[in-house]
Design a protein around this ligand. Structure first.
Ligand SMILES: O[C@H]1[C@H](O)[C@@H](O)[C@H](O)[C@@H](O)[C@H]1O
Length: 522
């Protein structure tokens, strides 16, 4: 059904929804609604900015670890960190993010999106504090794990929060804002790591690096107190009049032309979807099965939900398995081996390129569309990886930059430029499109589906972080990069086959695209 079609009523009344329609979730579009099409008002930008602080925290805490590990020296447990210590400290964050992200979907449904953001802030502060005062490896691991739990919850709930608040026409751009904040947090972490590592004392420098993560979390806690809940959650909680006020504000307020008809239409659409969900839940409860099992059932047994989940997990898995975070975590190590004189500064190139092209994506994503931007950008990633792999074939790697032979300097430059091409391609597409996952799911499985695909992201992140150095050793750097190129090529074909374009559609229109029986793209 096309809401631009003059023949179609803007919304279906509940009487138009027969039982079959509602059972299949095939009824009229809902979600955030398409009605308010104006530019996002100041209110939406403020909300996005406030919620985006979570992105800064996410980026900061994932980016800061590489500098932290090389600066800790012997301050934990009175001895230098072993490789195993380093691996456990690094991977505990991804592991806990993985464990917490699906669980946070249950919390987000029960307590609201906003409260989960606040819970994550409390964890960010606790984790940063614990890391900063750590004197043993065990307490450092505990601090990293708590931060991981916070990152897991925030990485799930913030995109969901923004997607449910933003008008459809601007949703892509607003969700991308969150990724801009993540990549900005990574740039800040690299700069802070470089400054404290270079100029701070050995004993306290790294403590400042990790402890500073508490500052944005405290700031966000103060701001979030004044932020609203999302309209779909409010309607679900039986607070439709509050939802109406939020929709009105989000559409720019009455003075900016948010006609009360458009606001009513949006609210009505959400109410219909919530009603459908309640009916579906009643049917599930009748069957005497635990609620979560019934939801899981619904996610896997209904074709459109299954397809949404497969696409979301494909994109999230590919975002990590393409190998980008190997660079985020180990680029300083790679550039040391390549003989660059100040590797931490050179590695800043990765974080800055990622940030700059994510900002570019912000302006392009709604215009070009998710599917198309991926199909255009992944070939650049593949080319960058293959050139880098080729460059590595000419370099004799050394752990000490001083012994690097001049003859390989050309190859080192080729590798640096190839990595920049790869990172640019990543940032403009795969770095952000997967986070628009919530628009693929209908409301009744949106939280659960987004939670599972976010967990896929963290699972794959964990695998990449754990295996990169091993692969470099076993396969050689050239073949490691070729392997990532092969993964990108497989991902390209899968995206081309199964991922339809969702740009500019309401959440529900996007979800109903997937009702097609075949797995092809209409
Ligand atoms: O979207 C983000 C972004 O691309 C970050 O730079 C990356 O480190 C994350 O893993 C990813 O989820």
């Amino acid at each position: 059904m096309n809401s631009d079609d003059p023949e179609e009523p803007l919304i279906a009344s509940s009487r138009e929804l027969d039982d079959d329609d509602t059972r299949n979730g095939a009824a009229r579009p809902v979600g955030s609604g398409k009605a308010p099409e104006d530019a996002p008002g100041l209110f939406v930008w403020l909300l996005t900015f406030a919620a985006g602080i979570s992105g800064i925290l996410f980026g900061y805490d994932t980016g800061v670890i590489s500098a932290t590990l090389v600066s800790i020296d012997s301050s934990l447990s009175g001895k230098p960190l072993s490789s195993l210590d380093k691996s456990i400290i690094t991977s505990s964050t991804a592991l806990f993010a993985l464990l917490v992200s699906p669980f946070s979907s249950v919390l987000a449904d029960a307590f609201g999106r906003k409260r989960v953001i606040m819970m994550a802030d409390a964890l960010f502060i606790l984790g940063a504090g614990l890391q900063a005062i750590s004197s043993t490896v065990a307490s450092m691991v505990a601090g990293r794990s708590i931060v991981g739990a916070a990152v897991g919850a925030a990485s799930f709930v913030v995109p969901l929060y923004i997607a449910e608040l933003a008008p459809a026409a601007h949703r892509g751009r607003l969700v991308t804002m969150n990724i801009v904040f993540i990549t900005l947090g990574q740039v800040v972490a690299y700069i802070v790591g470089w400054i404290f590592g270079e100029y701070g004392s050995t004993e306290t420098g790294w403590r400042w690096m990790v402890g500073l993560g508490a500052v944005p979390a405290a700031l966000q806690t103060a701001i979030v107190l004044f932020m609203p809940e999302t309209p779909p959650w409010l309607v679900k909680a039986g607070r439709s009049s509050e939802a109406r006020v939020v929709i009105e504000k989000v559409s720019g307020g009455k003075r900016l032309g948010a006609s009360s008809r458009a606001v009513d239409a949006t609210l009505k659409n959400i109410e219909i979807e919530v009603r459908e969900e309640a009916q579906a839940r009643r049917r599930r409860t009748n069957s005497n099965r635990p609620e979560w099992l019934a939801s899981l059932d619904e996610l896997f047994k209904i074709q459109r939900n299954r397809r949404a989940l497969a696409i979301a997990c494909l994109l999230q898995g590919l975002q990590q398995l393409c190998g980008f975070n190997s660079l985020m975590y180990f680029s300083a190590t790679i550039f040391t081996m390549l003989g660059f004189p100040i590797p931490t500064l050179t590695s800043l190139v990765v974080a800055v390129t990622n940030f700059v092209f994510t900002v570019a994506a912000l302006f392009l994503i709604d215009r070009i569309g998710r599917r198309r931007i991926l199909l255009w950008s992944i070939p650049f990633m593949i080319a960058g990886l293959l050139f880098a792999g080729y460059g590595f074939a000419f370099v004799k790697l050394s752990a000490d930059s001083a012994t690097q032979e001049t003859s390989t300097q050309g190859a080192a430059i080729v590798i640096l430029v190839s990595i920049m091409i790869y990172v640019a391609g990543y940032a403009i597409g795969l770095g952000n499109v997967p986070w628009m996952q919530s628009e693929l799911f209908s409301l009744n499985v949106r939280s659960l589906g987004s939670g599972i695909s976010t967990a896929t992201n963290w699972g794959a992140n964990f695998v990449i972080g754990l295996t990169f150095l091993l692969l470099m050793d076993v396969l050689t750097p050239s073949w490691t990069f070729v392997l990532y190129a092969i993964i990108c090529a497989i991902g390209y074909v899968l995206i081309w086959r199964v991922y339809p374009e969702t740009a500019g559609l309401t959440l529900e229109e996007a979800a109903s695209l997937l009702e097609d029986d075949s797995w092809g793209v209409r």
